[in-house]
Design a protein around this ligand. Structure first.
Ligand code: SF4
Ligand code: SF4
Length: 177
């Protein structure tokens, strides 16, 4: 497969500075509401702050790719005396947990770096504690066909309900007016 140059967009997280204010969740859910800014629902945010108050843990994690299978990497980590639960650092929407799934539709949520917003990622802009830093870097990667958001959503529904059920539902719906 051919190699191409790609701009990798990411957000660096300095969790030690996070105070759990959840401003990032609020603005993310508001920006992605339909219509934009019409509602706030942190459960629909593409960044989630994993919280364990007794351990002084506030860990912002922004949503990555949808994955149809659970993985075996369920390690716990102890960093600076704080014990992080298994999957804490994982950015995937995966079948083994509800994180990064729309609470109404069950469809996977993925950070799109606030596509369409001229000033860039809003969670970065809204975080007053400099926890989040937007970064871009050039990388040489193998050319691949990127799946559209709708394709990813459809794939997750097929994983959940099976192809036959989805196909018969679509056929039934297409016969309605
Ligand atoms: S806005 Fe910043 S300080 Fe507040 S929860 Fe999000 S990352 Fe943490
Ligand atoms: S960059 Fe935008 S889409 Fe991604 S987590 Fe932050 S606010 Fe949400």
């Amino acid at each position: 497969m051919a190699k191409i140059k790609k701009t990798i967009k990411t957000i660096r997280v300095d969790a030690d500075k996070c105070n759990g204010c959840r401003g990032c969740e609020i603005i993310c859910s508001a920006y992605h509401a339909e219509p934009k800014y019409s509602s706030i629902n942190p459960a629909k945010s593409r960044i989630q702050v994993l919280t364990h108050r007794l351990q002084n843990i506030w860990l912002p994690v922004f949503a990555g790719e949808y994955t149809p299978a659970e993985c075996m990497g369920r390690d716990k980590y102890v960093i600076d005396g704080k014990e992080y639960e298994e999957c804490a650092f994982c950015r995937a929407a995966c079948p083994s947990r509800d994180l990064f799934k729309d609470p109404d539709s069950g469809l996977p949520l993925k950070c799109d770096m606030c596509e369409g917003n001229e000033s860039g990622p809003l969670c970065v802009e809204w975080c007053l504690n400099d926890v989040l830093t937007y970064e871009e870097r050039e990388e040489e990667v193998e050319e691949e066909v990127e799946m559209e958001e709708m394709e990813i959503g459809l794939g997750s529904l097929i994983d959940k309900y099976g192809l036959d059920k989805i196909a018969s539902t679509v056929a039934r719906m297409s016969q309605k007016d």
